[in-house]
Design a protein around this ligand. Structure first.
Ligand SMILES: NC(=O)c1ccc[n+]([C@@H]2O[C@H](COP(=O)([O-])OP(=O)(O)OC[C@H]3O[C@@H](n4cnc5c(N)ncnc54)[C@H](OP(=O)(O)O)[C@@H]3O)[C@@H](O)[C@H]2O)c1
Length: 349
């Protein structure tokens, strides 16, 4: 489909009722889940601040063991110490910069080698940059962290996930996918040929993440692992801390005026990961815990298929359908839980 025709299709598909529903949902409180999650394994990226931190605490409070994929080793160790002391759960970490392909591959490989099932995998790490920053691999940083990292890690995990008897994958996306109202420029995902703006780049990366959910949902097929995406609310976090003084002033004085606490994001991510009410729900977008129609470009299956090919190339991955062996080296296999897998250890001894 030509780009103009595609835009005309999207315009036809936009519905005022969806926008009004989003406005309503933005004010709602998340549904609560009080079920226990003792001795289950939760993997979360970017747990050292904001939504990831609050969510790691929520799962630990309910007894889950945490495996956190964090960038900052010092903050990560402090987090694990805190969760272990306060909640008596196990917390381990993998230190990785998720803007780097090598680290994404290492994380994907290490997780694929875990002997226990991953009960909940939360792709939370994200970044918002007002200026284009190019990664060591020549990629746009916002695309790499917000979309490619979850794409590469989930792709490398597909075989493990398909073998699991249960499990849920959650993508922390954003209503900001609506900032890419006419879809993705698949020939320029890294903003080499277009004028970069923070909102457009972030919106495109979040849209890419939502489109990747459609193809992962298909690839997971009828297996017992589901994938869903969510908007975690507009909440006060460290997001944008890499930006300049003007942005920080605007964020603290204007943008965040009506922002809420990360508790709502953590409650929503706990509900979506644990509640029986979400059993069997797959390939959906939630605003906190309310099912919502995303913008039309996020439902474009043809674009999702093309994005998959582009992401496999950008992520330097062979299609796992053609080549099931994950990349990575033997020595990268994790020694995370010692000799005994969590499931057999009955938790902390
Ligand atoms: N806050 C909101 O209102 C809002 C709204 C919609 C969506 N979201 C999404 O929610 C998610 C969490 O963001 P947040 O608002 O909680 O922001 P945050 O406080 O800045 O937390 C982001 C987390 O991601 C980690 N991270 C960033 N870049 C990384 C990289 N290259 N490698 C590894 N980890 C990296 C950060 O690690 P460090 O501690 O090392 O920086 C931190 O742990 C993001 O995906 C964001 O897009 C947030």
């Amino acid at each position: 489909m030509g780009r103009n025709r595609q835009i005309r299709e999207y315009i036809r598909a936009y519905q005022w009722s969806d926008m009004l529903a989003m406005a309503r949902n933005n004010k709602a409180n998340p549904r609560q889940c009080t079920d226990d999650f003792a001795n289950r394994l939760v993997v979360i990226t970017g747990a050292t601040s904001g939504i990831g931190y609050a969510t790691a605490r929520a799962y630990a409070r309910h007894g889950a063991h945490l495996l956190c994929v964090n960038r900052n080793a010092e903050k990560s160790r402090a987090l694990c110490g805190e969760l272990e002391r306060e909640f008596g759960v196990r917390c381990r970490d993998i230190i990785a910069d998720l803007s780097r392909l090598e680290d994404m591959h290492r994380v994907g490989y290490q997780l694929s080698q875990l002997s226990e099932p991953i009960d909940v995998l939360i792709h939370n790490a994200g970044t918002y940059l007002t200026r284009r920053v190019v990664t060591a691999d020549g990629l746009d940083t916002v695309l790499a962290v917000n979309h490619l990292s979850s794409f590469v890690i989930t792709t490398l995990l597909l075989d493990k996930l398909r073998r699991q008897a249960h499990g849920r994958v959650l993508l922390v996306s954003s209503e900001a996918h609506r900032f890419a109202p006419w879809g993705l420029h698949l020939d320029d995902l890294c903003w080499e040929r277009r004028r970069y703006s923070g909102l457009r780049s972030y919106g495109s990366a979040k849209l890419a993440q939502l489109l990747s959910m459609l193809t992962f949902d298909e690839l997971l097929g009828e297996c017992n692992v589901t994938i869903n995406a969510m908007h975690p609310g507009a909440v006060k976090t460290e997001s944008g801390k890499e930006n300049g003084a003007l942005y920080k002033w605007y964020k603290s004085r204007i943008l965040e005026r009506n922002f809420r606490s990360t508790t709502i994001s953590a409650d929503a991510l706990y509900y979506l990961g644990v509640s029986a009410e979400v059993d069997g729900v797959r390939g959906k977008f939630f605003n906190l815990t309310t099912l919502e129609n995303p913008a039309p470009p996020a439902l474009d299956r043809a674009a999702a298929e093309k994005l998959r090919d582009v992401s496999l190339a950008l992520g330097r991955l062979d299609d796992p359908l053609r080549s099931p062996a994950p990349s990575g080296r033997e020595e990268d296999a994790p020694e995370l839980w010692g000799e005994t897998p969590i499931a057999e250890s009955g938790g902390l001894t």
